[in-house]
Every structure is written in structure tokens, then in C-alpha cells.
Design a binder for this molecule. Sequence first.
Ligand SMILES: Cc1cc2nc3c(=O)[nH]c(=O)nc-3n(C[C@H](O)[C@H](O)[C@H](O)COP(=O)(O)OP(=O)(O)OC[C@H]3O[C@@H](n4cnc5c(N)ncnc54)[C@H](O)[C@@H]3O)c2cc1C
Length: 404
Amino acid sequence: MDFAFDARTEELRHRLLAFMDEYVHPAERTAHEQRAALASPWDTPAVVEELKAEARRQGLWNLFLPDSEYGAGLTNLQYAPLAEITGRSPQLAPTALNCAAPDTGNMEVLAQFGDAAQKKQWLEPLLAGEIRSAFAMTEPEVASSDATNIETRIERDGDSYVINGRKWYISGAMNPLCRIFIVMGKTDPNGADIRRQQSMILVPRDAPGLTVTRAMQVYGYEDHYHGGHAEVVFDGVRVPAGNLIGEEGGGFGIAQARLGPGRIHHCMRLIGMAERAIELMCRRAVGRTAFGKPLAQQGVVQEWIADARVAVEQLRLLVLKTAWLMDTVGNKGAHTEIQAIKIATPRTVVDILDKAVQLHGAGGVSQDFPLAELWAAARTLRLADGPDEVHQRSLARREIKQYL
Ligand SMILES: Cc1cc2nc3c(=O)[nH]c(=O)nc-3n(C[C@H](O)[C@H](O)[C@H](O)COP(=O)(O)OP(=O)(O)OC[C@H]3O[C@@H](n4cnc5c(N)ncnc54)[C@H](O)[C@@H]3O)c2cc1C
């Protein structure tokens, strides 16, 4: 078993680390200051567009997309360590590289299931980083971790589909650059097969009847960097029939395909967040003295740092193994591992960030360090893309089945 990265990954890692040091980390403060001066907090600070232009110039662009026709053509195993690096600055780096959720998943859907016209109209500007997108599945009225509950209707009417429903926590939708929504709804609510009732359809932001009603908060944060998490109402929204992605009844299958890569990307970036937390912990511990000695000399602090290091090394190995399985046996064959990392990573990284917050005292919960915001972001990943319990349930059922 060879644990080394291949030559292409090493070369990209090297270039990405240099890009992070030279451009991204210095831009963190600038972005913060520019955002404070914007007319709307949902607008994009100029420095973000500058980062995008520089990343593109350097060929650090669309690294997430395994399809070499559209993206960098990297395997999951090659992309994993790169996504981890971007997780060290999750507000800026993924966007700078055009590798931010939910655009990544949406681009994958369009690349995999979109027709030529849909690719031309929506995939091309997304790949160019000119527009952003959102994925609208979750509904406030129903338990949406079970996608068969979705109530939004997509009804055929002549050459159009008409959409009615209410969604919330739709990431990215507050950003005015978010021009297109992939909406999940039911075309056949009474169909016998509950996994064939749903379809996915493209809905332009400016379609009459689509209203972005409010920004939902995440532990009080609005997540301006990622275009927030909006509540969106679809009231008699009419779009051409050609906006349907794939076929009627194909929505559930597309959702499953979309979530595999999305989940591993989140986990890779979370590991980068944990690395950042460990670095901040160590810097704080050596630089701060209490009761006559640096915090770094307190046994409990050493224990936190050691446990964090051990946990991160374990997680990284599991995530890399999962990436390798996805590349070799496919997303379906890697199902158990994808669920395992989705259960283990957010939970563990939340714990590491919590220790980092504690070590920073009041500063830890403040806006002067990134820790509180990182904690909130990591914590939400125990819900988003499927709550822990849903993954545990299905992983356990597969495990138990062998003994029935
Ligand atoms: C920050 C953030 C961003 C998000 N972005 C998006 C987005 O862009 N697009 C989108 O469509 N959605 C998005 N979501 C929504 C997210 O995917 C849902 O919150 C998630 O799928 C859970 O659905 P729900 O909130 O309806 O919870 P419910 O389905 O009501 O579940 C609530 C709880 O019930 C428990 N539960 C559910 N099923 C089981 C089970 N089988 N066994 C045991 N316990 C169970 C779990 O503890 C679960 O957390 C986002 C959420 C957050 C917080």
C-alpha cells in the first residue's frame, strides 16, 4: 500500500499552497473590510473576483470536476488533498477556485444529466465562474431528510412546467450572482414507486413567481461568503418543458448521484478546517501565559492538541480510502465509506473546533478569530446533506443485513 500522493497531485498541492499563502490568506482581512463597505452584504467583495481571476490564470480552476472535458479531470483521490487545503480558508478558497458548494454539485448534475441546450445556457457560465447557482430540495413543512416527503409540485401544462412550493436553507440563493436553481419536486405524487415521483428542473432566478423571501441564519450567522441560506417561494412559476433535467421521475436518482461527491468534498474541506484549528491552538498555546506558564505547558492543552492530531490523521486516512474507492469501484461501491466519513468527519471536527474555541477564551467566540464561524459551519454539516442519524441508520442496516 502506497500512501504517497502521485506526481500530479504533489505538483498541484505545491502550487495551491503557494496560492493560499500569497493570495488567499492575505485576502481574508481585505474581504472582511470590503464586505463591511458593500451596499448589500450579499454582494461579492472585489477581492474575491481578483482571487478568481488569479486562480484561473494559474490553472487552479474547476479542480473538483473529474470530467476532463469540463474540469481538471482529477480523480477523487487526487482532488482530496487539494480540497483539504481550500478548507483552511473555507470562506474564500473554494470560491476562488470555482470549487464551492452548491455550484460544484450543480455543475456535476448538468455535466452528467443536462442536455446540450442546458449545458450551453447554464453549465458554461458556471464553469467560467460568471454566475452562481442553488440546489432547492429541503422544505420547512416536511421532514426533508426523507426526500420522498418533498411536496413541491412540478406540473406539466402544455409546453411548460408549473412549479409551486416553498423551500428553505437554500445555500447560495441570497447572492445576486445566483442565477439558476435546480429544484426538486414531484411530477407524479401518486406514482406507485415512491422513488420515481420526483423530478429536477432548472428555474432561472428571474422567473416570475420565484421569490427569495429571507435569509435563514446559522447559529446567528448569515454566511455572506456563501450567498447565505435562503427561504424561497415558488408560486405558479412557469418554465419551458425543456428545463426538466433528464426524464420525469429521475429526480431521486440524480439526487443520489449528486450527493456522493458533495459529501466527500465537504469532508475534505472539514479536515482542512481542523488543520487550521490545530495551528491556531498551537500558536495560541505558545503565545499566551496563565498562572505563570504558557498554556502550551498545561497537560490538558497538550491532551487536546494530541487528540486533535490523532483524530485528524484517522479521518484523513478514511477520507482518502473513500476517495480511492469512489475512483475504483464507483460511488455505489463506496456507499458505506461515504456514509462513514459523513458521520465521523463533521462530528470530530466540531469537537476539535470546540477545543480550539475554549483555548482562545473569549476570543474564541468572537469575530476576531475564525473559530466560532468555523464551528457553526462544521456543526451544520451534521445536518446538511443528510443528518448523522440517517446515515447511521442506513449504514447499520447494511451491516446487520449480512447476519439476517
Ligand atoms: C447550513 C445549511 C445549508 C443547507 N443547504 C441546503 C441546500 O442548499 N439545499 C437544500 O435543499 N437543503 C439544504 N439544507 C437542508 C438540509 O439538507 C436538511 O436540513 C437536512 O436534509 C435535514 O432535513 P430537515 O431539516 O427537514 O430535518 P428532518 O428531516 O425533519 O429531520 C430532523 C431530525 O430527525 C432525525 N431523523 C431524521 N430521520 C431519521 C432517521 N431515519 N433515524 C433517526 N433519526 C432521524 C435527525 O436527527 C434529523 O436531524 C441545508 C441545511 C443547513 C443547516
